[in-house]
Design a protein around this ligand. Structure first.
Ligand code: ARG
Length: 594
């Protein structure tokens, strides 16, 4: 069964067609005046304009036809020709029953599923993950889940940043600090076997070492040209698979990945592919040859570039730097080769790059080059950018000391806040320590993710942990709390052997709740088309509010007769299922209690 809005849209379209009025104008939307009607169609106005007729005449002819529809309890004309539709209680009840029985809680799928890659998260080796990667992870994870839920075949790829200049910087810094490692790197570079195991001496290097050395090396690379040149040289050595550099790099790579997987997992973000820039290294030489054969490469002071500027560009786009003058592959080079890899390995219809808006030019350049080279078709590659998470000063969020906040610290901070809130709510005494920790983790994730996803991704927002973690207001914890309340009601109902039964709506809050449940499909379709999880976040919030009003006005277990108890129980469980689904698509899991 399709949602009421779509079904009524079809009925209005049929009535338009029967009146000889263009049916494509017969759009039905939720009513602007829910006190008067459930849905409305403004199509008669546009039709009248197109046909040169009186809008009220069209509207009343269409309305007369619709009056025969048993799903409608009222069809009225308002103002210059709006058609107001009031749904019959029986139709609402039937829709609620269908949603309650549906494991997808009333959600449909797309007519034409696609093969989609979502490139998100984008963590780097050595550079610790910071809040700049937070939004990429949160938004990308949600888009991945949303597409998959709508029926697309979707793969999420972390696209690990592991093959650039920062690797050369780090190799240099580690060698400077440890003469034994430096000697071993030299020795292996001269003689070793690239397939060999990571030597014991390299295995002592920890993530803490990288965290400590990288900022120092990055700063020095900015000031000291000789230091920078050496780092570039080491990057080129790594990319040439010189065994000493390569094996040292493997150690950096492995310790970083372990930590990143832990951080992402704590955030409810899990990738299907942990591919990185380094994974396409073998494709770069043949790709450069191919680009050359296609006449796309231009020599530019020892480097090789692709010019991508077009006639009529509003601002000048720099060329894609394919091979640096040291012979290294650059960020854009690996991105271009990754497109080839994805095409050959997966054969996408679409690749979504969920990355900070500040990289918009980078992607525009790479995408143009990919199209010029015939590696992707126009429109298949899309950058889904987003604004920043800001501090109270309106600038990208920093720690109190002025540094970038590490993702792990942010998660810890949010968990601490969640524990505090849960203790205030008195949860501590009722559950085991392990369960308490699990719940605190879920509350923390809900607080961070919902605060992020409730904004349209293009807008920046201010980080405010106190507000995000409140159990009241438009927050993740509030939504969890509502869902948990329904869970506990359902447990009580089971304990008292109250059984769910067919829905019979009567009370206004029951009608509103079913209208909210019915709106899930529209919210999903819009969120999907506009790549906008905030639409889904809004839906979850409205549903929770509609439930809360229903719960306040309509006793469930205390209802006078068993038919009413059964009906309301069905409404409650349908709400829970849909709310949990919607939250899951935002990447938020609901605990059993809190
Ligand atoms: N590692 C990059 C960064 O931290 C983000 C990678 C995004 N994805 C991509 N295909 N370029 O800025």
């Amino acid at each position: 069964m399709i949602d009421l809005k779509t079904a009524l849209g079809e009925a209005v379209a049929a009535a338009f067609a029967a009146e000889g009025v263009p049916a494509d104008l017969a759009r039905v939307t939720a009513s602007d005046r829910p006190d008067l009607a459930d849905f409305q169609s403004n199509g008669a106005l546009a039709a009248a304009k197109r046909l040169g007729r009186n809008p009220r005449d069209i509207a009343s002819a269409v309305a007369d036809r619709l009056k025969a529809d048993p799903r409608l309890a009222g069809v009225e004309i308002a103002g210059p020709g709006f058609i107001n539709l009031k749904v019959a209680d029986a139709a609402l009840s039937a829709r609620a029953d269908a949603i309650a029985e549906d494991p997808r809680a009333g959600a449909g799928t797309v007519a034409h599923p696609r093969r989609v890659i979502v490139d998100y998260g984008g963590p780097n080796v050595a550079k610790p993950m910071h809040v700049g990667h937070l939004r990429a992870s949160i938004i990308g994870e949600s888009l991945k889940r949303l597409y998959r839920f709508r029926g697309d075949e979707v793969v999420g790829d972390a696209h690990f940043g592991d093959w650039g200049y920062q690797m050369g910087l780090l190799i240099g810094a580690v060698c400077d600090e440890n003469a034994a490692i430096a000697a071993l790197v030299e020795q292996l570079n001269a003689a070793g076997d690239p397939g060999a195991e990571i030597p014991e001496a390299f295995r002592g290097i920890t993530l803490a070492d990288l965290d400590r050395l990288y900022p120092m090396a990055a700063a020095r690379g900015k000031e000291d040209p000789a230091y920078r040149d050496r780092a570039r040289k080491l990057t080129a050595d790594l990319q040439a698979h010189k065994p000493g550099c390569y094996l040292l790099w493997r150690q950096f790579h492995d310790v970083t990945q372990v930590a990143l997987e832990r951080d992402f997992h704590a955030l409810g973000v899990d990738f299907d592919w942990w591919k990185g820039e380094s994974d396409v290294d073998h494709l770069i030489a043949p790709m450069v040859a191919d680009l050359d054969a296609k006449g796309l490469l231009v020599d530019d002071q020892g480097a090789r570039i692709i010019r991508v500027a077009r006639e009529g560009d509003k601002r000048e786009l720099p060329p894609l730097l394919v091979v640096s003058s040291e012979g290294s592959a650059m960020y854009g080079t690996t991105d271009l080769a990754t497109i080839l890899d994805r095409k050959q390995g997966f054969g996408f219809d679409q690749v979504i790059y969920c990355v900070d808006q500040r990289q918009a030019d980078h992607f525009e350049i790479v995408f143009r080059a990919a199209c010029l080279a015939g590696y992707a078709a126009e429109g298949q590659l899309e950058h889904v950018g987003f604004g920043t998470m800001n501090g109270p000063d309106g600038k990208p969020f920093k720690t109190r000391e002025g540094g970038v906040l590490k993702l792990n610290d942010l998660i810890e901070m949010t968990r601490a806040k969640a524990r505090e809130r849960l203790n205030e709510a008195g949860l501590g005494e009722d559950v085991s320590e392990a369960e308490f920790e699990d719940i605190a983790g879920k509350v923390a994730v809900a607080a961070l993710k919902f605060a992020d996803l409730q904004n349209f991704r293009g807008t920046s927002y201010v980080f405010d942990l106190d507000r995000f973690s409140s159990f009241e207001g438009k927050t993740g914890p509030y939504l969890l709390y509502q869902a948990v309340r329904v869970k506990s009601l359902l447990r009580r109902a089971a304990g008292e052997s109250v059984r769910a039964g067919p829905v019979a709506v009567g009370q206004p809050t029951e009608r509103d709740l079913v209208m909210s449940l019915d709106a899930f499909e529209t919210a999903l379709a819009d969120a999907y088309d506009r790549k906008a999880p905030n639409i889904l976040a809004e839906h979850a919030y409205r549903l929770a509010q509609a439930y809360s009003k229903f719960y306040a006005a309509c006793p469930i277990l205390q209802a006078p007769d068993s038919a009413t108890r059964g009906s309301r129980l069905t409404l409650a469980s349908a709400t829970l299922r849909q709310l949990e689904l919607a939250l899951d698509l935002l990447g938020i899991a609901v605990p059993d209690r809190m």
